[in-house]
Design a protein around this ligand. Structure first.
Ligand SMILES: [Zn+2]
Length: 394
């Protein structure tokens, strides 16, 4: 299979290459060379498949997904996850990290995709989130209230099949009564969880919005901070000192606020998102400018934040953080892939042939990412009509 493109962004910050052929063999890129002779397919622009480092596949963007998720039974939640996995892939997202699901749903979805029983992206799955009793995310959480319980929580997720871990370091938006600025799991609990997870080669993500919780999580040794909206200068220094990633999930509060009036969302969700949004707009840009590694992740599944809308996160990184289109793509491919740890998220010889055919150069029109002409995962074209379950939730 030879794919010819007018311009190739390989996922890195190297200058894009013009008029090249991508030779795909056995699911991987064999070589990239100057265009010549016949080809099988042509596109104006080719990029790697996008990588979304923060999703919840069982949540479908309902106005109050945590409550709704609790009202659904396991079969219904699983069907949502199956449907969302297909939507994700069709939208050009070829790799995701699911950072919190009921039971072992995301883990089973990951395995079913790997075994080619259902369509979907390459996946890592954290299993249940580890939170304090009554902490943010408890409806999809495993409560841990001491360092030893935290270790046990990690061991349980690993036994269930999790290949990464999610900790709740502060309150959050969607859980009633949880205050985003307030620290939740302690340094002792998170340090124990990180030690246990890293021993088993599981990377650790921490949900952290408030300043103190962000720094607690970084000092505990987490690999990434999710959200991070109230970070300060000391937190920025900690990020850079420890090489931790920031996954800013810009789409999450943006979608909640876009639907503030009409959405049927609980009042506390809109109020908390409004507060967070101000911090987010100020702080995440500063972190990017200070050299913090920003990895793309959208919190897909949260209100009106649909799994086939990840391109919006890339556009927001460009618009709100001042990234160039190529930098935003880099964050949503190679950097996110580095964090997820399944592959390098770039198009070069030997890498998986996960790629998007686009109708325009992203430097001219970044929105072109939202409507890929074709999506390839592992050397196979993704079928447009691969939705297994066309469910919508009223
Ligand atoms: Zn999340």
């Amino acid at each position: 299979m030879i794919i010819r493109t007018g311009v190739l962004y390989d996922g890195t910050m190297r200058a894009p290459r013009r008029n090249v052929d991508i030779v795909v063999e056995n699911g991987a890129v064999r070589e990239i060379r100057d265009a010549s002779g016949d080809c099988d397919r042509e596109a104006a622009c080719v990029t790697p498949g996008m990588v979304n480092a923060h999703v919840h596949l069982e949540m479908s963007g309902q106005p109050d997904p945590l409550t709704i998720s609790n009202q659904l039974n396991a079969v219904q939640r699983t069907l949502h996850a199956v449907d969302n996995a297909a939507k994700t892939l069709r939208a050009g997202v070829t790799t995701v990290r699911d950072v919190g699901a009921n039971d072992a749903i995301a883990i089973e979805i990951r395995d079913a995709i790997e075994q080619r029983r259902i369509p979907g992206p390459r996946m890592r799955a954290a299993g249940k989130v580890l939170c304090m009793t009554g902490g943010h995310g408890w409806p999809i959480g495993r409560a841990v209230d001491s360092p030893w319980e935290a270790r046990k929580g990690v061991r349980e997720q690993r036994l269930a099949g999790a290949d990464c871990l999610k900790l709740i370091a502060t309150g959050g938006v969607l859980t009633k009564g949880a205050v985003p600025g307030v620290a939740q799991l302690t340094i002792e609990e998170m340090s124990a969880a990180c030690d246990e997870a890293h021993r088993h080669d599981m990377r650790v993500a921490a949900h952290a919005i408030g300043t103190e919780g962000i720094k607690n999580a970084l000092r505990s040794g987490v690999d990434s901070i999710e959200h991070g909206h109230m970070l300060d200068d000391e937190a920025i220094a900690l990020f850079n000192e420890r090489g931790a990633y920031l996954v800013p999930t810009l789409t999450a509060p943006t979608c909640i606020l876009e639907h503030a009036e009409t959405g049927g969302q609980p009042e506390y969700v809109v109020r908390k998102a409004r507060e967070i949004n101000e911090h987010m707009l100020r702080n995440i840009r500063r972190a990017f400018q200070a050299g913090v590694k920003i990895a793309g992740g959208s919190d897909a599944g949260t209100p009106f934040n649909f799994h086939d809308k990840y391109a919006d996160e890339v556009v927001l990184m460009h618009r709100l953080l001042g990234m160039t289109p190529q930098q935003a793509l880099h964050a949503a491919t190679a950097i996110a892939a580095e964090l997820v740890g399944l592959h390098r998220g770039m198009l070069s010889a030997g890498e998986p042939a996960d790629l998007l055919l686009l109708e325009a150069d992203i430097e001219r029109d970044l929105n072109t990412l939202a409507r890929p002409v074709a999506v390839m995962k592992g050397g196979s074209w993704v079928q447009r009509a691969c939705a297994a379950y066309a469910g919508t939730f009223a």
